[in-house]
Design a protein around this ligand. Structure first.
Ligand code: IPE
Ligand code: IPE
Ligand code: MG
Length: 238
């Protein structure tokens, strides 16, 4: 296998269509999708990936029917609770990105607890984007960057790229090298707008609940065959 990306970001899509194809309610697709997340975390680490970021709930997903939003929140709650228990076994460091202040108090509490108990783990660095929107994150970042400048006695003219990066939810995490989106859709849907500036994109028709190690390995192989440029010329030694 060629070069393995250090950081993979995934827009997991197609849970609803997976369920529909089987005559099941959409929520069953989400349940199966949540099981796929666990498998993919394991597979990612096995394949040599250090950072994995998945899009679990967007700032736009509140527009879905209330019973679907409730079911997704219930699954997320269960996920956090189980992960708190399993964190010493799977050695993953879990972080939630996005504006969690809009979530129910008990879910916020579970998230904080999970981030706390897993903070010193040395395995996969796993980011879950929850009530996440790239535009919302950028606005929050710019606001705190400008505040930081003022506190340092600087003017807004001195704002740099580094100031923005340092105030994103992903601060301290390298930008994704590879973005995967399942279910055949080819759009960003407001995901990691700043961080994906130079990522390679991989799209597959596979619906998220069917995505597993084999599919992930295929995406990595595709990545390994790309020549990354970052605006310059291909550097064979890179
Ligand atoms: C992705 O599956 C999961 C979330 C957005 C939470 P969808 O629910 O978007 O599934 P489709 O696109 O309707 O098939
Ligand atoms: C993107 O999927 C959001 C997540 C995967 C959480 P959607 O299914 O909500 O995106 P659109 O609406 O098709 O763009
Ligand atoms: Mg969708």
């Amino acid at each position: 296998m060629g070069k393995v990306p250090q950081h993979v970001a995934i827009i997991m899509d197609g849970n609803g269509r997976w369920a529909k194809k089987r005559g099941l309610p959409r929520n069953m697709g989400h349940k199966q999708g949540s099981a796929a997340v666990r498998k993919v975390c394991e597979a990612a680490w096995d394949l040599g990936i250090k950072y994995l970021t998945i899009y679990a709930f967007s700032t736009e997903n509140w527009a879905r029917p209330k019973d679907e939003v409730d079911a997704l929140m219930k699954l997320l709650r269960e996920y956090m609770k189980t992960s708190i228990k399993e964190s010493s076994e799977n050695n993953m460091r879990v972080r939630v990105i996005g504006d969690i202040s809009a979530l129910s108090e008990d879910l916020q509490e579970s998230i904080r607890e999970l981030m706390r108990v897993s903070a010193d783990n040395t395995g996969l660095c796993f980011q879950i984007a929850l009530n996440y929107g790239g535009r919302d994150e950028l606005i929050r970042s710019v606001k705190s960057a400008v505040k930081g400048l003022a506190e340092a006695g600087k003017t807004v003219e001195e704002l740099t790229e580094a100031d923005i990066s340092a105030n994103l939810d992903t601060k301290g995490i390298p930008d994704p090298d590879l973005l995967i989106r399942t279910s055949g859709e080819q759009r960003l849907s407001n995901f990691l707008l700043w961080q994906l500036a130079y990522a390679e994109f991989y799209f597959t028709d596979t619906l998220w609940p069917d995505f597993g190690k084999k599919e992930l390995a295929k995406a990595i192989e595709h990545y390994g065959n790309r020549e990354r440029r970052f605006g310059g010329l291909v550097n064979e030694t890179k």
